[in-house]
Design a protein around this ligand. Structure first.
Ligand code: HEC
Ligand code: HEC
Length: 376
């Protein structure tokens, strides 16, 4: 017998928590994706989403009655009938479990979600060289552009999808008056059917997944150096790597890592040292021998020879051009287009070429999104 007359218990607490964690982690991950320096939070939220997604797929096979895939109404004729009925009648009987529209929604959300999760994990490994898949950065950087497209457009699709779902729920709530909004809160639907039952095993599985998701979130948030977040690249000690480069090119500013510009750009910079950003650098400052040695070092470690994100994306953005400055590369312009020019005039920054003011690990050859200081 049903515990509440006139109502059916369809969504047990585990299902409801997971539904909201899925929705909230997606929304928050979507929001943080617009800010590079929030990548860490984005990834932590993405892991909640990932665990919830896996959980939901398994739940579809072993879970309680109304959550099982085999109860889904996926025939096109059912969907058509659902909409015809919806348009014709203000009042209709609603099914206890998923209706045809929400069955389709759930299946598509899982498919699109899977694309988002896999492309995201691969991007984190290949592009950011971080986490358990960071070793993929060695060989697969040519795929970051396609992965980024998949990740981006799959998530836009998810937003469109979720919006339709929310509209559908509101139509149910306010036009058909089926009290749909409260079903995912209280667990009860106003309809006929049997109350759902959750075995202890299933309940443990549901709560295990929730705890795992929350624990993973805090594990990621708390450290940039655990196995889920660690970057393949370590700090470079340029004094150790190339003493002359560090000493002579580090005289007026901290040294710029060689992998941010291509070979030809370094040749241009080294060939025009007598007019280097208004400074006249001659043999008296840096001997010819030292200049040659520095150029060799720059060329050997130029962007062409690196699989770091900045190197790959700079090369990709350059095409045939070889500018004399990092700030003239299309990639640099694109990544800094939202920063107001006035920021570069502040006492701390002084010049847009002063990367070190905002990227506090740049002098060690890194550009971790977590280490960007400037925030507007
Ligand atoms: C006499 C001082 C001086 C020395 C020595 C010097 N630079 Fe510079 N360099 C500057 C100034 C000034 C800027 C402008 C940015 C700033 O104010 O920090 C600059 C900027 C740069 C930039 C950034 C350009 C851009 O906007 O992308 C690079 C790259 C660079 N220097 C490379 C070198 C290399 C390589 C050497 C060693 C061969 C070197 N510099 C030695 C004064 C110097
Ligand atoms: C005024 C501060 C500031 C200066 C100066 C600056 N940056 Fe940035 N940079 C930022 C901010 C902020 C972002 C993140 C933008 C965003 O959130 O989309 C960024 C993003 C980047 C990115 C993209 C990071 C990624 O993972 O996608 C690269 C690469 C980069 N900067 C390199 C440089 C280099 C090289 C220089 C020097 C020539 C430089 N920046 C100078 C503030 C600065």
């Amino acid at each position: 017998m049903n515990k509440k007359p006139g109502f059916v218990f369809v969504w047990p607490i585990g299902t409801r928590i997971i539904h909201w964690m899925f929705a909230l982690s997606f929304s928050a991950a979507f929001f943080t994706s617009f800010y590079e320096y929030m990548l860490h939070d984005h990834v932590a939220l993405g892991f909640i989403f990932t665990i919830m997604l896996f959980y939901r797929i398994i739940w579809g096979f072993i879970g309680p009655e109304y959550a099982k895939f085999k109860t889904f109404k996926l025939r096109p004729s059912q969907l058509k009938h659902y909409f015809v009925e919806k348009v014709q009648n203000r009042w209709r009987k609603i099914p206890a479990g998923h209706n045809p529209a929400s069955s389709w929604f759930t299946v598509w959300a899982m498919i699109v979600g899977t694309f988002i999760v896999i492309s995201g994990l691969l991007l984190y490994g290949i592009q950011e060289a971080k986490g358990a898949l960071s070793y993929l950065n060695d060989d697969y950087t040519q795929y970051i552009f396609i992965l980024e497209l998949i990740h981006r457009y799959a998530s836009y699709l998810f937003v469109v999808w979720a919006t339709i779902h929310i509209l559908g729920v509101f139509i149910e709530q306010f036009w058909h008056k089926t009290n749909m909004v409260f079903a995912m809160i209280s667990g009860y639907k106003k309809t006929d059917g049997k109350d759902t039952e959750v075995s202890t095993m299933l309940a443990m599985f549901a709560f295990g997944s929730i705890v795992l998701a929350i624990a993973t979130y805090f594990f990621i948030i708390s450290s940039n150096y655990n196995f889920l977040t660690l970057q393949k690249y370590r700090e470079i000690d340029y004094a150790q790597e190339h003493m002359v480069f560090h000493r002579d090119c580090g005289d007026c500013h901290k040294v710029y890592p060689p992998h941010v510009l291509p070979e030809e750009s370094w040749r241009l910079i080294m060939a025009t040292l007598d007019n280097h950003r208004g400074e006249k650098i001659t043999e008296d400052n840096i001997t010819m021998h030292a200049q040659e040695s520095i150029l060799n070092y720059l060329v050997e470690n130029s962007a062409e020879h690196s699989t770091r994100e900045v190197a790959v994306k700079t090369m990709h953005s350059l095409g045939d051009i070889r500018p004399k400055a990092i700030t003239k590369t299309p990639y640099w312009r694109e990544t800094h287009k939202d920063i107001p020019r006035s920021v570069y005039k502040t006492k701390k920054v002084k010049d847009k070429s002063n990367c070190f003011a905002c990227h506090k690990d740049f002098e060690y050859g890194l550009l971790d999104d977590m280490n960007i200081i400037y925030r507007d």
